[in-house]
Design a protein around this ligand. Structure first.
Ligand code: HAM
Length: 420
């Protein structure tokens, strides 16, 4: 029979094996969060559309081309999160966290939605783990985040496949001079630049440095670099960060082409890239966004953060041959013989689970032989056949499926003790 419904383009199902990889990644980042004092925040999956235009920038690809925007039945203009930072900043302000002790460290897992052309590693619905710090102006904050990502990637098993790329895009002052120099340079190459980059030329020339078209990439290679235009403050901050990262043993590369695709950044920005995922080479990225809290209505608050793509990390882990613990079927499978013992199976299974041991009772009314075949295939450690005799005598035969042997156990508590 043909499959009637298919998932929307650019979305993915994660079956239990993939979910195990995702969970493993999430657990590693959660443990890192705990170690560094980040509290988990959960924010809505949609926000008012204006929030993203205000934060990510009207000219960014994300806002201008990729948002899932809709009007709800009440006429409200809403957008599914294209990224996590804007919602977290909104929540930080709305819930009065800005008035509490700072720095405040928050982390989150969130689905994100971007309408782009799906390809390997690029989805329309994907998931991010993100970390944000509010009220931290020292370079120690960037170093802590970058070192944390490197530690987490190593634990996942993809540390060697990922390079940390680092740049500083300066503050508003240094960027003003730099943008002038960039426009002057790109104006000389207008004919070579793609159509989109010609549109970007006066609105957002730094984005040209990030263009994937081969012609634009070649032109961008000769462009002035921002690090030559940094003011004394930005230069000092960036140099101190680089020195500290070296002392922390973080392997990083300076890359003037890292300009980030969202408009809220200033100062140090970074990306975690791999050469193993084709065009979608960034497994994560972030940077400082000192102006965003104020832009969204708060007091000037230095802030920074990063987000990692969970699917991309899982994909890379698969390519690197990382093994994640597979979800196992369970310790015990209980099979009834005859309909009378069925409820007893449920009671026994309930008692075993209450003791913290994974256990399932047969839920289907198939033959004993089919039940055994299923237990074998599913990979249970033990099976127990419950017939009239077992109910009467209170003794069970426990079949050890992995070692092909049988054990006789007397009653529920002995069964639990043996399984433990
Ligand atoms: P971003 O670089 O736009 O940054 O996204 C972070 C990561 O999300 C990317 O490096 C990538 O792994 C993943 N990602 C992005 N788009 C897709 C997609 N279409 N399919 C699969 N994965 C994708 C941000 O979102 C910023 N909010 C990061 C940040 C947090 N900056 C400061 N704080």
């Amino acid at each position: 029979m043909p499959v009637k419904y298919q998932k929307p383009r650019g979305t993915a199902d994660a079956l239990p094996e993939q979910s195990a990889a995702f969970r493993n990644i999430e657990e590693i980042f959660s443990a890192e969060a705990q170690l560094a004092g980040f509290g988990q925040i959960r924010v809505p999956t949609f926000e008012k559309t204006a929030l993203f235009a205000r934060s990510s920038g009207e000219t960014s690809d994300v806002v201008s081309k990729e948002m899932y925007t809709f009007t709800d039945r009440g006429g409200e203009d809403l957008t599914l999160l294209p990224e996590g930072t804007a919602g977290v900043v909104r929540a930080f302000l709305e819930n009065g966290l800005a008035g509490e002790a700072l720095p405040r460290k928050l982390f989150y897992f969130t689905p994100c939605f971007r309408y782009n052309r799906p390809q390997a590693g690029r989805l329309r619905e994907f998931h991010q783990v993100g970390f944000e710090i509010f009220g931290a102006d020292s370079f120690l904050a960037e170093a802590e985040l970058i070192a944390m990502v490197n530690r987490a990637l190593k634990q996942i098993g993809i540390g060697d496949a990922v390079t940390t790329k680092l740049n500083s895009i300066g503050c508003r002052e240094c960027r003003g001079e730099y943008k002038k120099a960039l426009v002057a340079y790109f104006e000389q190459h207008k004919d070579t630049l793609c159509e989109t980059c010609n549109e970007r030329l006066y609105k957002n020339p730094m984005r040209i440095l990030d263009c994937k078209s081969p012609e634009c990439k070649t032109v961008a290679k000769g462009a002035p670099v921002i690090t030559d235009y940094l003011c004394a403050g930005c230069k000092e901050h960036f140099n101190a960060l680089c020195a500290l990262l070296t002392d922390l043993g973080v392997n990083y590369q300076l890359d003037a082409g890292i300009v980030r695709g969202l408009d809220y950044y200033n100062g140090p920005v970074f990306e975690f890239v791999t050469d193993q995922l084709g065009a979608q080479d960034a497994v994560g990225g972030g940077g400082r966004y000192d102006g965003l809290v104020e832009e969204l209505g708060g007091q000037p608050t230095p802030a920074l953060g990063f987000a990692m793509g969970i699917e991309r990390m899982a994909l890379l882990a698969e390519k690197c041959g990382c093994k994640f613990p597979k979800p196992d079927a369970g310790r015990l499978f209980i099979i009834p013989v005859g309909d009378e013992t069925r409820p007893r199976c449920a009671l026994l299974a309930d008692a075993v689970k209450a003791a913290g041991i994974s256990c399932q009772a047969e839920l289907s009314t198939r033959s004993l032989k089919s039940s055994m075949r299923y237990a074998n295939k599913a990979g249970f450690d033990f099976t127990l056949i419950l017939g009239e005799d077992e109910v009467k005598t209170g003794r069970f035969i426990l079949k050890d499926m992995k070692n092909d042997r049988e054990l006789s156990v007397g009653g529920e508590s002995e069964l639990i003790a043996v399984l433990k």
